[in-house]
Design a protein around this ligand. Structure first.
Ligand code: PAF
Length: 281
């Protein structure tokens, strides 16, 4: 695996591969890789001959009081994991490479509406930062496929929308959420949890499972299910941000019984903000 830090070096490498007829897969990450990322990488490797991963802690997607400065940065460990997973190229740009004129004056890409609901209500500007950096990375890497985790279901939905609206010739592949043995969705931010909080954290998944059981049994009292879903993490000591039943394709309020549903939740626990979701089978 080679490591490069400039846009030009990525483009040069990808140009050569493409000239040789290879399909290119891409997984954008912020590093601090765990088994959840490895499942993204495995999905990427199945779809293409060459695989590029980026590691960039994107300042534009962090709010002023969020954890940008403390976000875990583990470059050499990440490089080992990527090499072991069969990555061909690791792209580790610095902020100057991605935002040469700084953040303030940078062109931004935004998917309206979808970016302002659910997590967007609690993290204003977050998804605009995500779509801006992902659009830039897509323009630099120009992959055939790109893989995103279902754990960040809203992010995945927004990226799909951006790709459709901006006519990117990129197939977006969704990789299922990877969970710890007790059900907690894997996330780099789980390491902010104390031992006591870590024992409580799976209760968010428990609440989602409870809601999905009711919906699968054709209970359609959405308001009551959402209320119960918020109460369960609260009772465990979390601060619930939202617990919402939505149409899986649009993230809008469910309109008819034929729509696939997803239940999404976010809650704060100590220094961590947990998000998770489950589709209704
Ligand atoms: O999901 C993430 O790790 C980030 O939001 C992403 C997609 C790498 C953009 O910075």
């Amino acid at each position: 695996m080679d490591t490069v830090t400039t846009n030009a070096a990525v483009r040069e490498r990808v140009r050569r591969w493409r000239a040789g007829g290879a399909r290119i897969a891409f997984v954008p990450t912020m590093g601090n890789l765990h088994s959840g990322h490895i499942s993204l990488i495995e999905a990427a490797r199945r779809g293409a001959a060459r695989f590029v991963a980026s590691i960039f802690v994107n300042p534009m997607q962090f709010g002023p009081n969020e954890d940008f400065a403390h976000y875990p940065r583990t470059a050499s460990q990440d490089a080992e994991m990527l090499a072991a997973a069969g990555c061909d190229l690791m792209f580790m740009p610095d902020a100057q490479e991605i935002y040469p004129d700084g953040l303030e004056r940078a062109t931004r890409v935004e998917v309206p509406e979808l970016s302002r609901i659910l997590c967007g209500q609690f993290r204003p500007g977050h998804f605009e930062g995500v779509t801006t950096v992902v659009a830039k990375l897509f323009n630099i890497v120009a992959p055939d496929i790109a893989v995103f985790g279902e754990k960040d279901f809203q992010q995945l939905t927004i990226i799909r929308r951006m790709v459709a609206d901006m006519c990117y010739p990129i197939e977006i592949v969704a990789a299922p959420t990877v969970r710890e043995a007790d059900g907690l969705a894997m996330s780099s931010r789980n390491q902010y949890l104390t031992a006591a909080e870590r024992r409580i954290a799976p209760r968010l998944y428990g609440a989602l499972q409870g809601a999905v059981r009711r919906l699968a049994a054709l209970d359609r009292d959405f308001a009551a299910i959402e209320r119960a879903g918020r109460l369960e993490p609260e009772a465990a000591g979390m601060q619930s941000e939202y617990f919402a039943i939505r149409a899986a394709r649009t993230l809008g309020a469910p309109q008819d019984s034929a729509q696939e549903l997803v239940v999404l939740a976010a809650a704060r626990l100590g220094k961590a903000r947990l998000i998770d979701n489950l589709k209704v089978p």
